[in-house]
Write a protein of this length. Structure first.
Length: 94
Protein backbone atom coordinates (compact mmCIF):
# COMPACT_ATOMS: atom_id res chain seq x y z
CA UNK A 1 0.00 0.00 0.00
CA UNK A 2 1.28 3.46 -0.81
CA UNK A 3 2.57 5.29 2.25
CA UNK A 4 0.27 8.27 1.75
CA UNK A 5 -2.88 6.09 1.73
CA UNK A 6 -4.06 5.60 5.30
CA UNK A 7 -5.45 2.35 6.67
CA UNK A 8 -8.98 3.69 6.08
CA UNK A 9 -8.35 4.58 2.44
CA UNK A 10 -7.88 8.31 2.91
CA UNK A 11 -5.25 9.83 0.61
CA UNK A 12 -3.32 11.86 3.15
CA UNK A 13 -1.30 13.66 0.46
CA UNK A 14 -4.35 15.70 -0.61
CA UNK A 15 -4.86 17.12 2.89
CA UNK A 16 -3.60 20.65 3.55
CA UNK A 17 -1.96 19.38 6.77
CA UNK A 18 0.11 16.66 5.10
CA UNK A 19 3.83 17.36 5.33
CA UNK A 20 3.26 20.32 7.61
CA UNK A 21 1.60 19.34 10.88
CA UNK A 22 0.96 15.71 9.91
CA UNK A 23 2.78 13.04 7.94
CA UNK A 24 -0.20 10.70 7.74
CA UNK A 25 -1.41 7.97 10.04
CA UNK A 26 0.94 5.33 8.65
CA UNK A 27 4.05 7.27 9.63
CA UNK A 28 2.76 8.24 13.08
CA UNK A 29 1.11 4.85 13.72
CA UNK A 30 -2.35 6.37 14.02
CA UNK A 31 -1.42 9.10 16.50
CA UNK A 32 -2.54 11.88 14.18
CA UNK A 33 -2.54 15.50 15.30
CA UNK A 34 -6.32 15.71 15.51
CA UNK A 35 -6.63 12.73 17.88
CA UNK A 36 -6.41 13.39 21.63
CA UNK A 37 -2.75 13.57 22.62
CA UNK A 38 -1.18 10.15 22.97
CA UNK A 39 -4.29 8.42 21.62
CA UNK A 40 -4.44 6.35 18.46
CA UNK A 41 -7.14 6.91 15.85
CA UNK A 42 -9.85 4.31 16.57
CA UNK A 43 -9.83 3.09 12.95
CA UNK A 44 -6.05 2.63 12.95
CA UNK A 45 -6.17 0.97 16.37
CA UNK A 46 -8.82 -1.49 15.24
CA UNK A 47 -7.31 -2.57 11.95
CA UNK A 48 -3.60 -2.53 12.85
CA UNK A 49 -3.49 -3.24 16.57
CA UNK A 50 -6.61 -5.32 17.23
CA UNK A 51 -7.06 -7.18 13.93
CA UNK A 52 -3.39 -7.11 12.82
CA UNK A 53 -4.35 -6.23 9.24
CA UNK A 54 -2.62 -3.82 6.88
CA UNK A 55 -5.76 -1.79 6.13
CA UNK A 56 -9.54 -1.81 6.36
CA UNK A 57 -9.79 -3.30 2.87
CA UNK A 58 -8.78 -6.66 4.38
CA UNK A 59 -11.72 -6.54 6.79
CA UNK A 60 -15.12 -7.92 5.83
CA UNK A 61 -16.91 -5.23 7.86
CA UNK A 62 -15.72 -2.18 5.91
CA UNK A 63 -17.18 0.41 6.26
CA UNK A 64 -17.99 -0.31 9.88
CA UNK A 65 -19.46 1.47 12.89
CA UNK A 66 -16.03 2.88 13.80
CA UNK A 67 -15.91 4.68 10.45
CA UNK A 68 -19.28 6.26 11.13
CA UNK A 69 -18.37 7.10 14.75
CA UNK A 70 -15.22 8.94 13.61
CA UNK A 71 -17.00 10.95 10.92
CA UNK A 72 -15.52 14.37 10.19
CA UNK A 73 -18.22 16.80 11.37
CA UNK A 74 -17.47 19.23 8.53
CA UNK A 75 -19.03 16.78 6.03
CA UNK A 76 -22.72 16.90 5.15
CA UNK A 77 -24.48 13.53 4.99
CA UNK A 78 -24.03 13.48 1.22
CA UNK A 79 -20.35 14.45 1.39
CA UNK A 80 -19.69 11.81 4.04
CA UNK A 81 -21.39 9.11 1.94
CA UNK A 82 -19.27 10.09 -1.06
CA UNK A 83 -16.15 10.09 1.10
CA UNK A 84 -16.88 6.57 2.37
CA UNK A 85 -17.45 5.29 -1.18
CA UNK A 86 -14.19 6.87 -2.35
CA UNK A 87 -12.20 5.39 0.55
CA UNK A 88 -13.61 1.89 -0.02
CA UNK A 89 -12.77 2.14 -3.73
CA UNK A 90 -9.23 3.27 -2.87
CA UNK A 91 -8.78 0.29 -0.55
CA UNK A 92 -9.98 -2.11 -3.26
CA UNK A 93 -7.35 -0.72 -5.68
CA UNK A 94 -4.53 -1.09 -3.18
Amino acid sequence: MRENISVCGTDCSVCYCFGKMCNGCNSCEGKVFHAPEGKVCPIYDCVRNSKCMQNCGECGDVPCKIWFDTRDPKFSDEEFSENVIMRVQTLKKE
